[in-house]
Design a protein around this ligand. Structure first.
Ligand code: ZN
Length: 106
């Protein structure tokens, strides 16, 4: 089962070493924009359509103030602006790491 061996905040990136030997480098801005919480990604309405709500960011949004493991399957990230409802599953983090090589997407 996929698990985190080590997690290190390095500048503007979160470096994750997985127990299977892989490493993911995740840009904090990418992580925040991909925040999976309902406030950032929206919730499906009665017809199953998801409308993404407008999300405001400020200069603290792309800093990480805290992170903690959740139930052995995810990590909860708290950002510098106080936003901390996003629970990032391990598989989601792996996906994000794979889709942004080097973590640079600007
Ligand atoms: Zn969010």
């Amino acid at each position: 089962m996929l698990a985190i061996e080590n997690i290190v905040l390095a500048g503007t990136e979160l470096a994750i070493a997985w127990t299977d030997g892989e490493e993911s480098y995740l840009d904090l801005e990418t992580l925040r924009r991909a925040c999976p919480c309902a406030g950032c990604q929206g919730e499906p309405d009665a017809t199953g359509r998801v409308v993404k709500p407008p999300v405001r960011y400020n200069e603290r949004s792309f800093f990480l103030s805290d992170y903690q493991p959740v139930g052995g399957y995810a990590v909860q990230l708290r950002f510098g602006d106080g936003h901390g409802t996003g629970i990032y599953s391990f598989s989601y983090l792996r996906e994000l790491g794979a889709s942004s090589p080097g973590g640079r997407q600007s």
